[in-house]
Design a protein around this ligand. Structure first.
Ligand code: 4AD
Ligand code: MG
Length: 447
């Protein structure tokens, strides 16, 4: 029996007889030849069936088999530089052909389909090569983030998904009935990270987070995955250094592992990624960012564009502002010291200038905008008590969080990185919906 191999390993079997198991990605044929592009999850290989090499029945099946039928194909691997596929460069001369299940007429064909149709068929769309490439890159990004942290003294400490209180913003919580009491789906693991950081020094959590805000943009998901490191005795400067080191490592890893997917399948321009693969990244204050935007708006001739860029000191950035800012730099850019009023209650005010806080967002280039948000946290007991009271959070629900400031409080800082926005930028996608296997959007929870 020939060995069953993965298409990813086909080059190691040049000249050998092997068995491939997978699905028919595409079939064409003429007379005595049938060309089957087979995908097996690890890659795509062209299999060439010649009538004379197969039984009559097998050749009949090989020349009729429908798109996405499951098949087992045995043949001899042959090097051929022109052979299409992924990795490509090798094809299989078919010696035996078996259909496991003949697929019904497949709804996703090589012709163009609209995004809503594709999202309705997401359970099938994940098989298409673009989606396949994106989700493989997503997996690598998550792995690179986690393994860097694991290798550098950070401990994964899981945080709960069901919580009794808001972590970020009380207005966008999903409410649950917890045996007759209210509870919420977590928006962030941060508050628990702060407790864990006091036990383990450098921690991170990684998990799904939920936002009930009714945003319908290309950057917002209702359910998304966030990586959140939290470190004791960390300053804002330490935080930026960590973020850029971590992100540069992630980009280097993706460029090493997925150059072919990025260029051949996603047609991604690699130059911006190459530039992001080296730290440090530029840093500007919120004040400077506002000035730059105001200058840009004043120089803009198009009144509509000028209107979009308009901003007064104190306002949060919208997408057009972030887009414009990232276009001023050719690397990811840090924007720090945002107005306290537009940020979360736990952010440390700047010494002598409490209207701004020790916060930092990292904006991805090419118009992508915010991919991380973080800050130094208020660590003074009295100040955090005041904040909780002023914004009207229920003290009982936060009692444990307030405790942390009483028992060996320390300056500390952390950030959250949104996996989907990072994947969208790395892959050069216009919308986050393709960056997660099953997107939850304002108007979508199926499939
Ligand atoms: O800026 P955010 O809301 O920060 C926090 O939740 C902090 N508690 C994190 C921390 O300091 N530990 O979210 C962090 C990141 C954003 O920069 C963005 O990348 C992503 O999470 N994000 C979203 N991604 C997709 N859809 C949404 N609705 C998102 N909201 C935030
Ligand atoms: Mg943010």
């Amino acid at each position: 029996m020939p060995p069953v191999i993965s298409i990813a390993d086909i080059a190691q079997h040049d000249g050998q007889e092997v068995t491939l198991r997978g699905w028919v990605y595409n079939r064409t044929g003429k007379g005595k030849l049938s060309f089957i592009k087979l995908r097996d999850g690890s890659g795509i290989a062209q299999c060439v069936a010649f009538k004379g090499d197969l039984t009559e029945e097998q050749f009949e099946q090989a020349s009729k088999v429908s798109q996405e039928s499951s098949v087992v194909i045995t043949g001899v691997v042959k090097k051929d530089e022109r052979a299409p596929g992924f990795p490509g460069g090798y094809e299989l001369s078919v010696k035996a052909f078996e259909v496991v299940q003949m697929a019904h007429e497949y709804p996703i064909t090589p012709k163009e389909h609209g995004p809503e149709f594709l999202m309705d068929n997401r359970h099938l769309w994940v098989r298409s090569s673009r989606q396949w490439a994106i989700l493989r890159i997503r997996s690598t990004i998550i792995n690179a983030l986690r393994s860097w942290l694991d290798d550098n003294g950070y401990l994964l400490v899981d945080t709960p998904i069901i919580t009794p209180a808001a972590g970020e913003n009380t207005t966008d919580l999903f409410k649950l009935d917890y045996f007759g009491e209210p509870a919420f789906l977590s928006q962030t693991g941060q508050l628990y990270n702060e407790a864990n950081m006091m036990a383990f020094g450098k921690v991170y959590c990684f998990g799904p987070t939920f936002r009930a805000e009714k945003s319908k943009t290309r950057r917002h998901l209702i359910e998304f995955w966030m990586l959140e490191p939290e470190m004791a005795y960390f300053s804002l400067e330490d935080l930026m250094a960590l973020e850029e080191t971590l992100l540069a490592h992630v980009i280097q890893t993706v460029l090493t592992k997925h150059r072919a997917e990025l260029t051949d399948i996603l047609e991604r321009d690699l130059a911006p990624l190459e530039r992001a693969a080296a730290a440090p990244y530029p840093r500007i204050s919120y004040d400077e960012a506002v000035q730059r935007l105001q200058t840009l708006a004043a120089q803009t001739d198009d009144p509509e564009q000028r209107d979009l860029l308009k901003i007064e000191w104190g306002e949060d950035f919208g997408s057009p502002h972030e887009t414009a800012l990232t276009q001023m730099f050719d690397q990811p850019v840090f924007v720090y010291h945002y107005p306290s009023a537009v940020k979360a209650f736990y952010m440390q005010p700047v010494d002598g200038r409490p209207e701004v806080c020790r916060s930092v967002d990292l904006l991805a280039p090419e118009g992508y905008g915010e991919i991380t948000g973080g800050s130094e946290r208020i660590w003074d007991s009295q100040l955090i008590e005041e904040r909780v009271a002023t914004i009207g959070l229920p003290r009982e629900a936060y009692a444990w969080y307030l405790d942390l400031r009483k028992f060996g409080s320390v300056p500390h800082a952390g950030f959250g990185l949104g996996v989907e926005r990072t994947v969208a930028w790395v892959c050069g996608l216009p919308h986050v919906r393709e960056t997660i296997p099953y997107a939850r959007l304002l108007n979508r929870k199926y499939p």
